[in-house]
Design a protein. Structure first.
Length: 387
């Protein structure tokens, strides 16, 4: 099976992890700050906090922004469930903004309309979480303008987007958001096996998230409310978690960071190749925009169903039967049983519903060979060209 995504691990990565195993620290040593500095420098952001997953990063990001009971958080229905679960962890209410039919990202016109009606019913969101689907940045300047106008804060779910750019600057710079979150799951652009990061330009938000990732505990004397009882002393100041990243993971992350640009270049090269090879098939190909350099976590095509005789499911099953490990990103979150039980439906999300009936993620990862890519194209062509 040619998988839809896969990590790229070389000898340097292996050596970096083995080195940590032989060292004094398996956790809470020098590698985590090194990894954080590498990402912060790359993105041009003041603070980067490594955690054990992007899900954890989203959770502490919501908490740092004060999300709690009675608050409302909006995100995209076409995302991984973690994008909205983070709000529910905090006891907040969540809702979904329909997507743009060309990018699959949260639609700006749908967002505007929903904000206007929320203002009238006094139910504006406190935080909006745009998701850069497939690594293709949302129009952050426009979302940020709406944030100033309607008074909400922004967390970018950039789980797909490290190494990508928006208006010529790295995603993660937080120019148009309060916090940006990356994931380092093995299918993402770089990996630490499990892992994530929360980035921010704000000292205050960084301090809050840093406390929350480690039990709410501080050893910083200047932040204590009484003098230390002795050299052993620490204080728990908030109800935090153990969301720490290990040294093994961070060392892998540092090593992977040195190849981030080449990973994205490979993905770009392969995506351009797909674009050329698939152009004559009854498919809508991934979006392009002058403001966006996509990290291309995913290569999602949409079937032009009126031009083929097979159903979406048949095309998908035939690809899998031919050992092409296609996937579907994503089942709309409101369609999940847990969300349906909370009362969600697809009624006001027609573009997300259409996307779900047409989308297929083709294999794309930095080590994908052109030979294997040709096989994907050949199998897909033969399926779609059949009458
Ligand atoms: C992968 C992913 C997450 C969760 O990442 P983990 O590191 O696995 O917790 C969140 N949001 C999106 C959009 C993702 O793709």
């Amino acid at each position: 099976m040619i998988p839809y995504g896969r990590q790229s691990i070389n000898q340097d990565d292996i050596d970096a992890v083995v080195e940590v195993l032989k060292s004094d620290f398996l956790t809470q040593g020098p590698q985590v700050p090194r990894f954080e500095k590498a990402v912060a420098d790359y993105c041009g952001v003041a603070h980067a906090l490594a955690v054990n997953s992007a899900t954890s990063a989203l959770h502490i990001a919501c908490m740092a922004l004060g999300i709690g009971e009675g608050d409302i958080v909006w995100t995209s229905p076409i995302s991984f469930v973690a994008s909205s679960n983070c709000a529910l962890y905090c006891g907040a209410q969540v809702d979904f903004v329909d997507i743009d039919q060309f990018t699959g990202n949260m639609s700006i016109s749908a967002l505007k309309a929903k904000l206007e009606s929320a203002r009238q019913s006094n139910s504006l969101p406190k935080v909006v979480i745009p998701v850069h689907l497939s690594g293709f940045s949302c129009p952050m300047a426009e979302i940020s303008e709406l944030a100033s106008h309607y008074g909400f804060r922004i967390i970018e779910d950039a789980s797909h987007a490290i190494g990508g750019q928006y208006k010529g600057h790295p995603v993660g710079r937080c120019e148009y958001s309060d916090i940006t979150v990356f994931s380092f799951h093995p299918v993402k652009i770089i990996t630490t096996a499990e892992g994530g990061m929360a980035l921010t330009q704000s000292d205050e938000l960084a301090e809050k998230m840093s406390l929350l990732r480690s039990h709410g505990i501080t050893r910083d004397e200047s932040r204590m409310d009484e003098p230390p009882h002795g050299p052993w002393y620490y204080q728990q100041q908030a109800l935090g978690f153990n969301y720490r990243m290990t040294e093994l993971q961070a060392a892998l992350g540092v090593s992977q960071m040195s190849r981030l640009d080449s990973f994205v270049e490979s993905r770009q090269r392969l995506a351009n190749r797909y674009d050329e090879l698939l152009v004559n098939l009854p498919l809508t190909l991934p979006p392009r925009h002058q403001d966006v350099y996509s990290a291309l976590h995913l290569y999602v095509v949409r079937l032009k169903l009126c031009k083929i005789s097979l159903t979406h499911r048949q095309v998908f099953e035939e690809l899998r039967a031919a050992e092409i490990g296609v996937n579907l990103h994503y089942i709309p979150i409101p369609m999940q049983p847990y969300y349906r039980r909370l009362g969600f439906s697809m009624d006001s999300l027609p573009q997300a519903a259409a996307y779900y009936s047409e989308a297929i993620s083709l294999p794309l990862y930095s080590d994908l060979s052109e030979f294997k890519q040709d096989k994907v194209v050949q199998v897909l062509s033969s399926i779609l060209e059949r009458k």
